[in-house]
Design a protein around this ligand. Structure first.
Ligand code: AHR
Length: 507
């Protein structure tokens, strides 16, 4: 039986866990907005047309910041189309997803939905078809209290107080040839710097995210970050990372996707710090991992992609991946990777949230349900409070075609000094072997209690669907025992586990 050993010592701190690590992403894409969060005729719809069953699930998921309105969509988007009287808003073509955009839901409506789910807005500006002037207009419209034409226009449109958006993305995936307005690193870096400086002239405290690479597999990866940060280092707080993983027929490698995410993060950190060193700067650029998930992108590229000059559907079923228990385990390992780098990754957005590569699915006129990936996110968001803690992992390893030798188990912990409690998050990547894990808890003293939940299934392709929405759920892992400060637990093959650890009060 493979074995791993960890030590939970709250002193081996990685860094504070920023709540923004548990962000997500809603793009005007497929059925994310229309027939997703928004369905006026639905039995659960509120007075604004938003589905309250979806609102409840988003709240349960525990999402902090939500990136909006794209994604690729934003690079052809005119924000002015989406404000003002709904009946006067123009219907437009969305070239990114070959769809029709009614603009029925825009900035004001989305903000009211965010208020209902209790999340903050992270707004992206269009640096594809547009530039600095339009970004400034949107900023002034959104954030100026009163007194300018744009601020007054917002107030006339029903929003008296400014939206006060604190985090802004300077375009989206500008390194990608598919992006409308795709640019070289040099051209984009100059535009992003100019736009950031202008936005900071309005409000120096805005947090700005410059586009990093859309994937670590891009031919320009590394050099893109170096050149873009060379232009923008003093102007921005974050550089973005995007990564999607899929099972391409090699499950062993797929299960090790977190290894790739670790390397990606560490390479971007190294590149950013190199730029800082060359500049003699004491500033440290943070990472905004503002798109991450499992995405069966090859299926989209080969089967689902929409084409045709006379074919522009509204809210088509796009990117509606159904996630298996294996996907959820990889997903959980990606969350572990983010936490392992909590000192530098201080913002992240699960891409996406509803219907589109999403933890929450809906049926028009019907129910909403949790995909398998819902569970690791909800649990980690709820318990990973305080500081991320390194667990000094020692683990058996296995061979992968893609990433070489990788540990069978991956793990990280979180510790909350206020409650003197924490959690350990683990994955067992073995495809067919139960793995035993021992955890040294002696640093916590004698009075400790542990409980665990595990997500696994004998059928590695088990999933939650419209007809079987509760097929996969985490269950209590009763193998966990504690003896002389050592917890022992067995992890089923292909599983994700959360162990809650508390010190007992008054002892
Ligand atoms: O999340 C789906 C798409 O993936 C986004 O629109 C784009 O930024 C990325 O390529």
């Amino acid at each position: 039986m493979p074995h791993a050993h960890l030590t939970l010592n709250p002193r081996t701190s990685i860094g504070a866990i920023d709540r923004r690590l548990f962000g997500s992403f809603i793009e005007h894409l497929g059925r994310a907005v229309y027939d997703g969060i928004y369905e006026p005729g639905h039995p659960t719809a509120d007075e604004n047309g938003f589905r309250t069953d979806v609102i409840e699930l988003v709240r349960e998921l525990g999402v902090s910041t939500i990136r909006y309105p794209g994604g690729n969509f934003v690079s052809g988007f005119r924000w002015e189309d989406s404000v003002g009287p709904v009946e006067q808003r123009p219907t437009r073509l969305d070239l990114a997803w070959h769809s029709t955009e009614s603009n029925e839901v825009g900035l004001h409506e989305f903000q009211s939905w965010l208020d209902a789910v209790g999340s903050d807005l992270m707004l992206a500006v269009n640096l594809g078809t547009r530039g600095t002037a339009e970004a400034l207009d949107l900023l002034e419209y959104a954030n100026l209290a009163r007194g300018s034409a744009l601020a007054e226009q917002r107030r006339e449109n029903g929003q008296d107080a400014p939206f006060d958006v604190r985090m802004w993305c300077l375009g989206n995936e500008m390194d990608g040839p598919w992006q409308i307005g795709h640019r070289s690193a040099d051209d984009y870096g100059k535009l992003a710097s100019q736009t950031a400086k202008a936005m900071h002239a309005f409000d120096p405290d805005l947090q700005l995210v410059v586009c990093g690479s859309s994937s670590s597999t891009m031919p320009t990866f590394g050099e893109w970050e170096r050149v873009v940060l060379g232009h923008t280092y003093d102007d921005v707080d974050f550089i973005s990372c995007h990564a999607y993983y899929e099972d391409l027929g090699d499950r062993a490698s797929f299960l090790a996707s977190g290894v790739d995410m670790d390397r990606f993060i560490e390479q971007v950190v190294a590149t950013a710090d190199h730029v800082g060193a060359v500049r003699g700067s004491s500033k440290r650029i943070q990472l905004s991992f503002d798109e991450w998930n499992i995405w069966y992108n090859t299926r989209f590229e080969n089967v689902d992609k929409i084409a045709g000059v006379d074919n522009w559907p509204t809210a088509p079923r796009l990117l509606e991946d159904v996630y298996t228990v294996t996907d959820a385990v990889v997903f959980g390992s990606l969350m572990i990777s983010l936490l392992k780098h909590a000192d530098r990754v201080t913002s992240a957005s699960l891409a996406q949230l509803v219907n589109v590569i999403a933890p929450i699915m809906t049926e028009p006129g019907g129910p909403a349900w949790r995909q398998t990936t819902f569970f690791p996110f909800a649990a980690t968001s709820a318990s990973a409070v305080g500081r991320a803690v390194d667990v000094q992992l020692e683990s058996h390893s296995y061979e992968t075609a893609r990433y070489g030798t990788v540990p069978v188990v991956d793990a990280v912990a979180a510790w909350n000094d206020e409650t003197d409690s924490g959690a350990v998050y683990l994955v067992n990547r073995s495809e067919n072997e139960v793995t035993e894990v021992t955890i040294d808890l002696t640093h916590l003293g004698d009075a400790v209690s542990v409980s665990a939940q595990t997500l696994s299934d004998p059928d590695l392709n088990a999933a939650n669907t419209l007809t079987d929405p509760d097929r996969v759920r985490p269950t209590a892992n009763r193998t966990v025992v504690l003896s002389a400060g050592i917890a022992t637990i067995t992890l089923p093959a292909v599983s994700w586990t959360e162990i809650r650890v508390s010190t007992l009060p008054g002892e």
